[in-house]
Design a protein around this ligand. Structure first.
Ligand code: NDP
Ligand code: MG
Length: 388
């Protein structure tokens, strides 16, 4: 039977990799709907290759432009909708079986919850919604019967390593989250870094925001929080190790001393194919590993002094309040400012730290409260950066 797929963030790096895997299995998958943020041209390209029934653009002011562009290329029969609510409505559309959530940033919170409530198979790349939604998101997933499959390579690896582990085995296990270390690994002075240097990741080809997060180690901090909620492991049982080759995507260490790791080339099509096919395996078309060719794998402790945001993430998690939302929102605004050349790279650290110190937020009890807190922190961070 064909599975009907909706891809949110279809024009991005994960969205396109997903379309690539899906296109190889036309008898198994059909693309029902796609959503993008604000860029019309790439969304039209996606529509040309995937031929969805619906296309949504989160920036509602672009609806007419999108409709006209689709008509021009002979795709006038695609239903076009606009606005963030329309993105969330796609996530719980009864005509779709699988939602791929690859929106970047906290804009993904509402659609992730919508898909979770609808009890869909949810391929979750948008880690920011786990960082913000935490316990509440996991409760929603459990109550609806949503089948949540992590796409983030480390979490996909952990999911694979934990397959078949009993509750007791899980309870005594530790997660070993690998980090590439990013483009500035080994440096102790991060002054004068340009956006171009920061987005040039040595191993992975990704969107600009996550590339900067990888360079600052914020990405690993967000992933510690993501792992805490996805797998229900206390933070003290999640350890980060730097592994520059990016071959071991993460590991789980069991009580008897056995460590189970998942290896593969640095290609997101592998975790995407795994999540699409689960419990079967599909060909994600990634390059096959030759361990003999690789020869050597290395591991080292992260430099938390030069890259303080990893520890900031552990601290935010330990606070057990709204701090992870503050951390995420302040980081998103700071990264945006850095990419626009308005602040320096290390200003991202001081901005996030500053917002964490100045905003003491209680734990939100609902999705609306999460979104409200996220908005308030964004506004305050923008204010802080404007008066610098
Ligand atoms: P990209 O920047 O490449 O793509 C982001 C996508 O989100 C685009 O389709 C963009 O549309 C869309 N978008 C932006 N703003 C909104 C909005 N307000 N509402 C709806 N859609 C929006 O990001 P990535 O693909 O790199 O990352 C996506 C998510 O996956 C992130 O959460 C990231 O952390 C996570 N992830 C990514 C990995 C990777 O290898 N890239 C690995 C692991 C996790 P438009 O094109 O119009 O701007
Ligand atoms: Mg990752």
């Amino acid at each position: 039977m064909t599975q009907s797929i909706t891809i949110l963030g279809a024009t991005g790096s994960i969205g396109r990799s997903t379309l690539d895997v899906v296109s190889r299995y036309p008898e198994r998958f059909s693309v029902h709907a796609v959503a993008g943020g604000s860029r019309v041209e790439p969304l039209v390209d996606v529509c040309l290759s995937a031929r969805p029934k619906r296309a949504v653009i989160a920036d509602a002011s672009k609806v007419v432009e999108l409709e006209q562009a689709l008509c021009t290329v002979g795709l006038g029969d695609i239903e076009v909708l606009g606005g963030p609510e329309a993105v969330s409505r796609l996530a719980d559309d009864p005509d779709t079986d699988v939602v791929v959530q690859a929106v970047v940033g906290a804009a993904g919170v509402a659609p992730t919850f919508a898909a979770a409530r609808a009890g869909k198979r949810l391929l979750l790349a948008n880690k920011e919604s786990v960082v913000c939604g935490g316990r509440l998101l996991m409760e929603t997933v459990r109550n609806s019967g949503c089948e949540l499959l992590p796409v983030d390579s480390e979490h996909n690896a952990i999911f694979q390593c934990l397959a078949g582990a009993t509750e007791k085995a899980r309870a005594g296990a530790r997660i070993v989250l690998t980090a590439s270390g990013g483009p500035f690994r080994g440096r102790t002075n991060l002054e004068g870094i340009t956006p171009e240097q920061a987005v040039a990741h040595p191993k992975w080809s990704m969107g600009r925001k996550i590339s900067v997060d990888s360079a600052s180690l914020m990405n690993k901090g967000l992933e510690v929080i993501e792992a805490r909620w996805l797998f229900d492991f206390e933070p003290g049982r999640i350890k980060v190790v730097v592994h520059p080759e990016s071959i071991v995507h993460s590991a789980v260490e069991f009580e008897d001393g056995a460590v189970i790791a998942q290896l593969g080339s640095a290609d997101m099509r592998t975790p995407i194919a795994y999540s699409l096919g689960w419990p079967e395996r599909l060909d994600g078309c990634a390059k096959r590993l030759s361990l003999a060719e690789i020869g050597r794998l290395t591991f080292e402790e992260p430099d938390t002094k030069t890259f303080p945001l990893l520890q900031a993430a552990y601290d935010a998690l330990a606070a057990d309040n709204g701090a992870t939302i503050v951390l995420n929102a302040a980081n998103e605004i700071a990264v945006e400012a850095f990419l626009e050349g308005r602040i320096g790279f290390t200003d991202i650290f001081s901005t996030v730290r500053g917002m964490l110190e100045s905003i003491l937020a209680p734990l939100p009890g609902s999705v609306d409260e999460i979104i409200e807190l996220d908005r308030a922190v964004r506004a305050k961070t923008r204010e802080r950066l404007a008066v610098r």
